[in-house]
Design a binder for this molecule. Structure first.
Ligand code: ARG
Length: 458
């Protein structure tokens, strides 16, 4: 195929160099955004009297035909084309004749590709946000079901204090609301049109950039043409939001993997989201959670790749920037795959409250509550803390737990301890009386559920 830019060349591009240079393999997926961008551009050219109305009509109709044919599956995107922009423009000219050659007036592939990626990422970010919302729904449903399921809360992966399972799950919901916030925030800066920046310096034609921006649903236009064509900050911002989201999914995955082990047995994943072993008949493996944890590394890699490609690039456009697409597309595909499987996995996950409660009964997780009990009876907290520690050491030696010490045994540690100690260190009391805002107490859980519900409804 003759290159559209071949004017000054006497020799054709070497075949291997041509393949190396081509981006159609991965940028073909932006065909719709490319075509819509071109339609808006053609309409603007006519309205500014840069090309005739008839020409613009023919171009727009031709572009519509190409779009329909691709969507219907009757038109294959030619793998030999240099990129999606060249493919669409060449085909347009093939279909409507020389009028097609007017489309590229007052435009460059540099602003064209910049506008295409922004449009593409805008659509994909919406899908990712709705995937995160499905996960929030699944978490919310589990949280509502387990408002009074007691489990041990951990620090250092050591049993620390009793909490409600709902409280633990809602911690992930909070992370996910921030993930959506980060993506929406990145979108605000991304949703400005670079179209009309042309190669780098703007154009001598009397264009109307605001018009194309409005037609394409942008909030406004970029203000510096050099920045317009060379800025990929929005890719980095989105990638870092995706990397953070994946980090959250990975932490959640890690807990699900631990919880479904025989050592914990706090949850059982649905058969449809687990796999067996080819040799060990007893196995039920949490592969989906493990893969999400593994794929997190991939998305971090995509962020690093993007940062590294841009580092040290002089202004304005450089071909290095073609490398932006594979990184951001890979991250989008990966995040979307993870968000397809994660919500139903959470939805089908069965909590095993009895096992959680049994684990909570061991490990002296009410030792803080014993100290608080003594403090409320008048001892300074440090003194109470010491007494509670001594009681724990005594229990360990005798093979007992705080709940089974007799009042006599308690009195030996401090005579201000009375019969009411048993109520104070009862696990139900421990969770219910954590009444501070944001704590595990029921009022806080209700407030968290209300917050997430409202977040999803807005
Ligand atoms: N395929 C190119 C890219 O993705 C399009 C822009 C090409 N611009 C140029 N001046 N060669 O970056």
């Amino acid at each position: 195929m003759d290159k559209m830019w071949a004017g000054r060349f006497v020799k054709a591009l070497d075949k291997q160099a041509d393949d190396f240079n081509s981006s159609i393999r991965f940028d073909a997926r932006m065909y719709k955004q490319d075509i819509c961008g071109s339609m808006a551009h053609a309409a603007m050219l006519a309205s500014q009297k840069i090309i005739g109305e008839d020409d613009a009509d023919a171009i727009i109709e031709g572009l519509e035909g190409i779009l329909n044919d691709i969507e219907k599956g009757t038109l294959q995107i030619d793998e030999n084309a240099e990129d999606i922009h060249m493919f669409v423009e060449a085909l347009l000219t093939e279909r409507i004749g020389d009028t097609g050659k007017k489309l590229h007036t007052a435009r460059s592939r540099n602003d064209q590709v910049a506008v295409d990626i922004r449009l593409y990422l805008r659509d994909e970010s919406e899908e990712i946000i709705s995937g995160i919302k499905s996960l929030l729904e699944a978490i919310l449903a589990q949280a509502k079901q387990h408002k009074s399921t007691i489990m041990p809360g951990y620090t250092h992966l050591q049993r620390a204090q009793p909490i409600f399972f709902a409280h633990h799950l809602l911690a992930y919901a909070m992370m996910l609301t921030r993930d959506i916030g980060r993506i929406e925030d990145a979108k605000k800066r991304m949703n400005l049109s670079p179209l009309g920046s042309c190669a780098l310096a703007g154009t001598t034609y009397n264009t109307n950039r605001k018009m194309t921006a409005e037609k394409l649903g942008f909030d406004g236009i970029t203000l510096n043409s050099i920045d317009g064509v060379s800025d990929r900050d929005f890719c980095i911002e989105l990638l870092s939001a995706f990397a953070t989201l994946m980090m959250h999914l990975s932490r959640f995955s890690e807990e699900i993997i631990l919880w479904s082990s025989w050592e914990f047995k706090f949850v059982e994943l649905d058969d449809s989201y687990t796999t067996g072993s080819s040799i060990m008949p007893q196995k039920k493996n949490p592969d989906i959670a493990e893969l999400v944890r593994g794929k997190t590394g991939r998305v971090y890699g995509d962020l690093m790749a993007m940062l590294t490609v841009l580092k040290g690039l002089p202004l304005a456009y450089n071909k290095d920037m073609q490398e932006d697409k594979e990184a951001i597309f890979d991250a989008i595909d990966t995040v979307k795959q993870c968000l397809n499987v994660f919500p139903p996995m959470i939805e089908g996950m069965k909590a095993l409250p009895e096992n959680m409660l049994n684990a909570a009964k061991k490990g002296f997780i009410n030792a803080t509550d014993l100290a608080d009990y003594l403090t409320k009876k008048g001892l300074p907290f440090r003194t109470s803390y010491k007494i509670s520690g001594q009681a724990v050491a005594y229990c360990i030696e005798k093979g007992k737990v705080l709940d089974t010490l007799s009042l006599e045994e308690y009195k030996a540690f401090s005579d201000i301890i009375g019969e009411d100690v048993y109520h104070a260190i009862d696990l139900n009391t421990c969770v219910e009386t954590r009444i501070s805002d944001g704590g595990t107490g029921s009022a806080s859980i209700d407030a968290q559920i209300a917050f997430v519900t409202e977040f999803l409804n807005k």
